[in-house]
Ligand binder design. Structure first.
Ligand SMILES: Cc1cc2nc3c(=O)[nH]c(=O)nc-3n(C[C@H](O)[C@H](O)[C@H](O)COP(=O)(O)O)c2cc1C
Length: 327
C-alpha cells in the first residue's frame, strides 16, 4: 500500500537544557544558542574595560524532530563534531526563540508529504539568523512536495532555505507499512551513501532545492483529495483516536516520556492515551513490551503484524526520551 492510493487517512532533565544529546554542552554554548536577548539577561555584566574575548558563533545548529530515530540519526551525521543538536519537541517551549548561528538546519520526518505540525509551529514562532539554511526530510516511500512546502514555509517566516533534500529510510507509518518488510528492503543499503552526499553538499554550502515533479504533485493531490485531510496539519489528531495500550501493558511509562505531546499517563498500572497527537507513533514503536497498538481501520479487526516495530538501530530509547519527553 502507498500514500498515493489509500484514503486512510524537556528532557530538560529539569535543570538542564536539551542541548546536543550526544555531547555535553557547556553553559556558555547553551546561552549562545538561546540568542543575544537571553545572553544579555543571563550573563553577568562585563567588567569595566569591556569584553576582551570575542564570542564565537555556533557553526552548525540543527533542530530535529524524531519519533523513531531516523531523523535523529541523520541529524547526528550532519552535525558532525562541530555541530549542535536541539530537539524541536523541547525548543518549542523556549520563551525567547531567537537563534543565531553560522548555519542553521532542520531535520525531520515527512508526514503526509510535509513536515510534522510541531516542526511547522516551531519555525513559525522562532527567529533564525544564519548565513546558510538547510532542511533534510527523512521519508519512507514518497516525499513529493516536501521541498516546495519547506521552501515556502521558510519564506513565509522571513528566511530563505539554501538547501532542501530528502533521504529515503524505513517507513514507520504502520497503517500502510509492515516495518518488518521495510527493515529488509534493499533501499536501506543506499542510506549511508545518501547521507554522505547530503553532508558533502551542506559542507560546501551548496544551493539546491530538490525539484518537485508533476508526478509528485499528482500523487500528493490524489492523496489529499481522497483522504480529505487538512493540507497543512494532516496528521494532527487526538491520541485516543489513534493508539491504545493492550493487556500486555505493564505500566512501565516509557510511552509517557517518549511522546512529544506528553499525551500518555499511567493509571492504576496501565497506560492511557489522551491528548494532542502528532500521529508520530513514537509510543507504539518504542514500547518495550510491544503493548501499544494502533486502532485498526475497518474492516481490519486488529492491527496487522502487531509485533512489527522499529527504532533506528543507531538510536536508543533513552535518546528519544531525551529528545521528546515533556515530563
Ligand atoms: C504519521 C506519519 C506520516 C508519514 N507520512 C509519510 C509520507 O507522506 N511519505 C513518506 O514517504 N513517508 C511517510 N512517513 C514515514 C516517515 O517519514 C519515515 O519513516 C521517517 O524516516 C521517520 O522518521 P523518524 O524515525 O525520525 O521519526 C510517515 C510516518 C508517519 C508516522
Amino acid at each position: 500500500m502507498c500514500y498515493a492510493v489509500s484514503d486512510e487517512t524537556r528532557y530538560f532533565c529539569k535543570n538542564q537544557t536539551s542541548m546536543d544529546i550526544n555531547r555535553p554542552i557547556n553553559r556558555r554554548n547553551a546561552l549562545k544558542v538561546l540568542g543575544l536577548g537571553m545572553l544579555s539577561t543571563c550573563v553577568p555584566a562585563l567588567p569595566a574595560g569591556g569584553n576582551t574575548r570575542k564570542e564565537k558563533k555556533i557553526k552548525r545548529l540543527i533542530f530535529y524532530f524524531s519519533a523513531t530515530g531516523n531523523s535523529l540519526y541523520v541529524s547526528r551525521q550532519i552535525a558532525g563534531e562541530e555541530g549542535t543538536l536541539l530537539s524541536i519537541s523541547q525548543e518549542i517551549h523556549n520563551e525567547n526563540p531567537v537563534y543565531d548561528a553560522e548555519e542553521i538546519g532542520f531535520v525531520c520526518p515527512v508526514y503526509c508529504f510535509i513536515p510534522p505540525a510541531i516542526v511547522q509551529d516551531f519555525i513559525a514562532r522562532s527567529t533564525f539568523k544564519a548565513d546558510y539554511f538547510f532542511t533534510v526530510g527523512t521519508y519512507g516511500a514518497h516525499s513529493t512536495i516536501f521541498p516546495e512546502f519547506v521552501d515556502n514555509l521558510a519564506k513565509e517566516n522571513g528566511f530563505q532555505m539554501n538547501y532542501i533534500n530528502t533521504i529515503q529510510m524505513v517507513d514507520t507509518y504502520l497503517p500502510y507499512f509492515d516495518v518488518d518488510r521495510e527493515k529488509a528492503d534493499p533501499k536501506n543499503q543506499l542510506i549511508p551513501e545518501k547521507i554522505a552526499a547530503v553532508l558533502a553538499a551542506i559542507d560546501k554550502r551548496e544551493n539546491y532545492i530538490l525539484p518537485v515533479t508533476e508526478m509528485d504533485r499528482m500523487i500528493c493531490e490524489g492523496y489529499y483529495r481522497s483522504s480529505g485531510r487538512d493540507r497543512k496539519r494532516p496528521t494532527v489528531t487526538r491520541s485516543e483516536k489513534i493508539v491504545f495500550a493492550t493487556d500486555a501493558c505493564i505500566g512501565c511509562g516509557v510511552c509517557t516520556s517518549v511522546c512529544p505531546h506528553g499525551s500518555w499517563k499511567v493509571v492504576d498500572g496501565h497506560s492511557v492515551a489522551e491528548g494532542d497527537c502528532e500521529n508520530c507513533l513514537a509510543c507504539v514503536h518504542n514500547c518495550p513490551q510491544k503493548a501499544i497498538s494502533i486502532i485498526p481501520t475497518p474492516p481490519e479487526p486488529e492491527e496487522p503484524n502487531r509485533n512489527a516495530r522499529y527504532r533506528n538501530p543507531n538510536v536508543s530509547i533513552a535518546d528519544l526520551i531525551k529528545a521528546n519527553s515533556q515530563i
